[in-house]
Design a protein around this ligand. Structure first.
Ligand code: PMP
Length: 391
């Protein structure tokens, strides 16, 4: 039998062992992790809606009306009017003809990619796409071609030499680097080469765009430019689930074919009602978004002044590049000793040699919270000097 214990030990030796913390209490910037109060800079609750009183009220009000469990899959008897209303709201909000509600973003990516391409087709995937996209590509059994991160030129060359059905898939905002994909250019090459473009805007939805509709709306790209738009609801929307939006024929096709939609229990309908409330908060959230942007701008300026190496990101995902796995862990640990929770991200989540601290901001952070983070980073700056680490 495979020696699992030895493999775990190897992970530990390489600084790659993963652990979990036990959070108690609600998700807010100050949380209790393993009994310790920590100021967190690592959640994806970008607008601070996960603990918003009106979302909690919406859930509480909905529960007696809907009951708790989804009871069955959507196609059996689980498709509640709450899911339907949420789909209609998401379609209207994103400017799409229709939308389909999935239980998680991971399942949306697996289901969409594996339904839309198959054996004999080709799927083109950005080198830094999220794990769920990578897994969706593998599951589809299509030929997978990875293109360099954001490299539309090399993608165009690959598309030109490929025949048959082609699907291009990209994160809208990259989950570990925080940069935005060149969506306008991607849409243009996809149109030119007859490829179907899928954008997973898990981290742009709620944050970017005039009313928070995401990275695709920020550029004014229509359903014709980006026929398949995916968004998750567990991040900026602060609840749970995901959606796919696009032309009705595609949504209809997904209902027939997306196995992660068909063969799973529908999300508790009360959560869909709470999410409807959250979409209203997103739409009316321009103050939250501008406060968030002010935190991001100040962080970038101050962290660069301290000599930290950042990525070219204007989104709430602001990684501090470290390089070495152990150095990233040491920096994270030293911050934790100062009451700050900023997790180290290591391979295989990021490429080897690119371990980092993934700092994320939320509109629920105050500028005083940011002061505390910057003081911690100033105190710990020496840890990255003389380590042979790129700073
Ligand atoms: N896509 C991207 C780009 C993500 O970062 C994530 C989650 N980290 C997902 C999809 C998965 O979404 P969910 O958490 O709803 O499964």
């Amino acid at each position: 039998m495979r020696d699992f214990t030895a493999e775990l030990e190897q992970r530990k030796q390489a600084g790659l062992y993963r652990t979990r913390r036990h959070i108690s209490g609600p998700q807010q910037p100050v949380l209790t992790a393993d009994g310790q109060w920590l100021l967190s800079f690592c959640s994806n609750d970008y607008l601070g809606l996960a603990n918003h009183s009106s979302n909690i009220e919406a859930l509480r009000d909905a529960l007696p009306k809907t009951g708790l469990g989804g009871a069955a899959s959507h196609l059996v008897c689980g498709h509640h009017e709450a899911h339907h209303l949420l789909e209609e709201r998401l379609a209207a909000f994103t400017g799409r003809s229709s939308a389909l509600f999935f239980s998680t973003g991971y399942m949306a990516n697996l289901g969409v990619i594996s339904a839309l391409v198959g054996r004999g087709d080709t799927v083109f995937s950005d080198r830094l796409n999220h794990a769920s996209i990578i897994d969706g590509c593998i599951l589809s059994r299509a030929k997978v071609r990875r293109y360099g991160h954001g490299d539309v030129g090399s993608l165009a060359a690959m598309l030109a030499e490929t025949s048959g059905h082609k699907l291009v898939v990209t994160d809208g905002v990259f989950s570990m680097d925080g940069d935005v994909a060149p969506l306008r250019e991607l849409a243009a090459v996809c149109r030119e080469h007859g490829a179907l473009l899928v954008v997973d805007d898990a981290h742009g939805f709620g944050v970017l765009g005039p009313r928070g509709q995401g990275s695709v709306a920020e550029l004014g790209l229509s359903e014709e430019d980006v026929p398949v738009l995916i968004g998750t609801l567990g991040k900026a929307a602060g609840t749970s689930g995901a959606f796919v939006a696009g032309p009705e024929v595609l949504m209809d096709y997904l209902v027939q074919k997306a196995r992660t939609y068909i063969y799973t229990t529908a999300m508790p309908p009360a959560l869909a009602f709470a999410t409807l409330n959250s979409i209203d908060l997103i739409e009316r959230g321009s103050e939250r978004r501008s406060h968030l942007q002010s935190l991001i701008d100040r962080f970038r300026q101050d962290a660069i002044a301290l000599g930290y190496s950042l990525m070219p990101s204007r989104t709430p995902i602001q990684p501090i590049m470290v390089g070495d796995n152990w150095a990233a862990l040491a920096l994270s640990q030293a911050l934790e000793e100062r009451g700050l929770l900023v997790t180290a991200i290591r391979p295989p989540t990021v490429p080897a040699g690119e371990a980092r601290l993934r700092v994320t901001f939320s509109a629920a952070h105050s500028h005083e919270d940011l002061d505390i983070l910057m003081q911690g980073l100033a105190d710990c700056r020496h840890l990255l000097v003389g380590e042979g680490v790129a700073v």
